[in-house]
Design a binder for this molecule. Structure first.
Ligand code: UDP
Length: 374
């Protein structure tokens, strides 16, 4: 025991939220001389990940650039699996880290498992009732749990889900690294501007929508609700940073492109997005990461989904599942706007997802695990 002094750790990252939630952890490991770090990007997101890597001053060792080469989940899976298999033939890390529930995270865990390399899973234990929702993420996260050696749960509830699934060892309630990242952003004081709105003084709803289950009809319903709400409420604006996916952008531009109070913009750099979030009256989103961030900042949230793997955000009564029925979204948004002044005054930080020290805990437990093993 304890014979080895230096370890190689590999982080496998596919999408923007994975980069955001891995970044503080990578920075933590980087502080230690005992770890050599490899960062692998699968390229599941390309353009959207770059500003995050730049913001946190991270540089990948390799990028498989799968986006554009794959038209299906199967192709994405097999391409990343082949690339990782070849990579791990050359470089054998002591541990591989994956985050969340994307195809990249699942395949990262699977290929490490095939080579008998231990896997650390960040944000372990989120669950919905149905393996098909969200698709394919719910299945991905369940499968990762079966393959991983270390499970870092953001909350107690998530850790209990793992116990229910029969995972018995190495479950740690670490908090979510999304809060660590949020804290790193908050250290910067710089202001910024979005054309068409003064985010520091005007009332606005911040909206994002990107999930697969909302493509098509649900997206049109959401857009209809937003338009009606803006028409009905003088002085309320909407900022909508659009995901790069054309299936998301096209219907939004078609339905909302002509209203001067609805600002359809490109994805914001991470720092600017967090600044917008801090100043928003209301958050309307189907994003998981944004729910965690908005909740941590004490914002009222309407969740554009029928079910959630993050029931914790609803416990303070300031988040509501509104689904994608346009009448329902409209009703709940109008209600919230009525009381939004009160919400603005209610700003307080919540620690549901931790206090921003998840990375430190994960570092410590990983080092213990590796020392025991070697
Ligand atoms: N985000 C960003 N710019 C934007 C919109 C979101 O940097 O214009 C960040 C946000 O702070 C959050 C993450 O992207 O941490 C969420 O990503 P997304 O909604 O794509 O994925 P999910 O969390 O649903 O997996």
């Amino acid at each position: 025991m304890g014979l080895k002094n230096n370890y190689l750790i590999t982080f496998v990252i596919g999408t923007r939220p994975e980069a955001i939630k891995m970044a503080p952890l990578i920075l933590e490991f980087r502080k230690s001389e005992r770890f050599k770090i490899n960062i692998i990007l699968s390229g599941q997101h390309d353009e959207m990940i770059r500003p995050i890597m730049d913001f946190f001053k991270l540089k990948e060792d390799v990028n498989f650039k799968v986006l554009g080469q794959c038209n299906s989940l199967e192709q994405t899976t097999s391409l990343i699996l082949n690339e990782l298999s070849n990579y791990f033939d050359k470089y054998i890390p002591d541990i591989v880290f994956v985050q969340g529930d994307t195809i990249t995270a699942f395949v990262g865990a699977l290929s490490a498992f095939f080579k008998k390399i231990p896997v650390g899973h960040v944000e372990a234990g989120l669950r919905t009732e149905s393996i098909f929702s969200p698709f394919p993420e719910e299945a991905n996260r369940r499968m990762i749990s079966q393959l991983a050696s270390l499970h870092f749960s953001p909350t107690k509830l998530a850790s209990e889900n793992l116990l229910k699934n029969g995972i018995k060892k190495n479950i740690f309630v670490s908090g979510n690294t999304v809060v660590d990242a949020l804290n790193l952003v908050s250290e910067r004081k710089k202001k910024f501007e979005i054309e068409g709105i003064d985010i520091y003084n005007e009332a606005f709803i911040l909206t994002t929508v990107h999930r697969r289950e909302n493509w098509g009809e649900p997206l049109k319903n959401i857009a209809r609700a937003i338009l009606n709400v803006v028409k009905k409420n003088d002085g309320i604006k909407v900022i909508l940073p659009m995901h790069r996916n054309p299936l998301v952008r096209k219907p939004l531009i078609e339905q909302l492109g002509n209203n001067e109070n609805i600002l359809l913009i490109d994805p914001l750099p991470y720092f600017e997005f967090i600044m917008a979030l801090k100043n928003a009256y209301i958050v309307l989103t189907d994003s998981g990461g944004i729910q965690e961030e908005a909740h941590t900042l004490g914002k009222p949230i309407l969740i554009l989904r029928d079910c959630t793997e993050r029931p914790e955000v609803m416990l303070d009564g300031k988040a509501l599942l509104v689904g994608t029925d346009s009448k329902n979204i409209e009703l709940e948004l109008n209600n919230l706007i009525q009381v939004s002044k009160e919400f603005k005054e209610l700003k307080k930080n919540l620690n549901t997802f931790g206090r921003g020290d998840a990375s430190k805990l994960i570092f410590k437990e990983t080092l213990n695990f590796l020392k025991e093993k070697n």
